[in-house]
Design a protein around this ligand. Structure first.
Ligand code: ZN
Length: 57
C-alpha cells in the first residue's frame, strides 16, 4: 500500500510526520508546523530517511 508523506503540518519528534501521529493518536505531541531542523537528532535522521524514500518511490 502506498503511503504519502504529508508534511504540510510539519513533523513529529520521532520521525513521523505531524499528520501521521495525529491520525494515529488523535493528536500529535508537537505543535503544528514543526520543522525538520527543529527535531531531535534521532527524529531528524529518521525523517530525512523517509523523505528520501518518499521521493524515490
Ligand atoms: Zn507526535
Amino acid at each position: 500500500m502506498e503511503q504519502r508523506l504529508d508534511t504540510s503540518k510539519g513533523w513529529c519528534c520521532d520521525g513521523r510526520t505531524w499528520v501521521e501521529h495525529a491520525q494515529k493518536d488523535g493528536h500529535c505531541c508537537q505543535p503544528e508546523g514543526q520543522k525538520l531542523e527543529d527535531l531531535p537528532v534521532e527524529g531528524q535522521r529518521k525523517a530525512r530517511q523517509r523523505v528520501a524514500q518518499g521521493k524515490s518511490a
